[in-house]
Design a protein around this ligand. Sequence first.
Ligand SMILES: Cc1cc2nc3c(=O)[nH]c(=O)nc-3n(C[C@H](O)[C@H](O)[C@H](O)COP(=O)(O)OP(=O)(O)OC[C@H]3O[C@@H](n4cnc5c(N)ncnc54)[C@H](O)[C@@H]3O)c2cc1C
Length: 482
Amino acid sequence: MSHALIWFRRDLRLDDNPALEAALRAGHAPIPVYIHAPDEEAPWAPGAATNAWLHRSLQALDADLRARGSRLIVRRGDSLSELEKLIAETRAEALHWNRLYEPASIARDTRIKQGLKSRGLTVESHNAALLVEPWTVQTGSGDPYRVFTPFWKNARTRLVAAAPPTAPARLPEPPVLLAGLGIEDLKLEPAPPEPRWDAGFWQHWQPGEAGAREMLDAFLDGAAHGYKEQRNYPDRIATSKLSPHLHFGEISPRQVVARVLGQVWPAAVQGDIDHFLSELGWREFSHHLLFHLPHTAQENLNPKFSEFRWAKPDPAHLAAWQRGRTGVPIVDAGMRELWHTGWMHNRVRMVVASFLTKNLRYHWKHGADWFWDTLVDADLANNTQGWQWTAGTGADAAPYFRIFSPIAQAQKFDPAGKYIRRWLPELATLPESALAAPWEQPDLVRRLAPGYPSRPIVDLKASREAALAAYSGPKSKPPPER
Ligand SMILES: Cc1cc2nc3c(=O)[nH]c(=O)nc-3n(C[C@H](O)[C@H](O)[C@H](O)COP(=O)(O)OP(=O)(O)OC[C@H]3O[C@@H](n4cnc5c(N)ncnc54)[C@H](O)[C@@H]3O)c2cc1C
């Protein structure tokens, strides 16, 4: 039987895997391969938290393959050279992979496809990650979309309820002598002398296809009912928490949509379901933007901001933001949730991002970089879009002058202070009335929370006014150097 290589990247699943399906359909014995080449994604080589996730996700994929009689061949090095070696070793006639949409991956994959095709190999790429690929939807005038609502109105019509194919129960065994590294050889997890900063992650997450499926089942049975309203409250289990699973392709958006549309929902839940689908739509929109405007991972999408006067970061203030020591409880709770679990609730992501880009007036890249390293769902398209949206520099973004008040956000979305108390145990004994803005009751803080900063690192009102002034000032050339 002839062989085909299946080059796994961020499609770490067997069900609804078009690359695997195509190889089997063509009558090839698939050889599952993972090549570790983080430098090829520079300047966006995966961060530490996603690497820790990847370690477990690869283990789960290998276990799933072994349960079917196959295994994952792991290599490290230049992708093209490793693929060439594998082709020579296995005499593979075909190579299949599922597409990625980040600029560096597109450039590499295009080069590899051209190189190997010109030598007579069948090389095919497939869509496993998106509901609508970026070149398949456009505005009436033929341009990419820059506004979410019309984008989603168009894309939404293409959703299908049909369940995507599942993987066969048995897969052929790769050649016995075909060598590979152990997953642990990739050193993706924190290793001594580094502390196990990921220790808390794994009580919240189960990387891999089975974990993704369980998360979706739990969501559809539970939090989907009431999602539209409840999704804004960070102390509740009210969202799907599918983001890292979707990022690593442990579940596909097609599978999620098929499950959602394949179910009969009570009329009262229909609004929740539509809202959930539209959040998947934001993921699609982010990929659409990054594909068509690849420079936006580094630069403001809105050129009006190219001369905006961002402040020069004070390292102590940046560190206080990163570690959850700003003195603003809802911001600090979010940053600690991120540190302890590798994830942060969407509303709190917006609050901490607004605080960084507006109250501190730091360029959104400083925040995007920290998220990149600490989120288990760090995703170039979604992270870029999320930061640019909040900073006001992106497509269809919140205007710069709309500045989240962390006090009002805490009062509205964490009214009983459960989220703040959970992540800031040093504030646990403060009364509810003091939790959103403890600095307003200094005696109480001194007595009940002596370890917590007594004042925010910036005055919220003054910094808000300074941000508005910088925004509306004479289109913001930096002051002359002296
Ligand atoms: C500053 C900032 C940075 C962000 N960085 C990332 C990131 O690196 N990776 C990431 O996946 N999401 C990012 N988001 C979007 C969003 O916060 C997360 O996708 C969401 O919190 C994940 O939780 P969930 O899976 O429970 O979402 P649910 O509410 O259950 O939504 C379902 C899915 O829809 C997608 N989705 C939801 N909201 C958004 C959104 N606003 N933009 C794009 N896709 C969305 C996600 O894939 C999510 O898993 C960011 C948002 C902000 C404001």
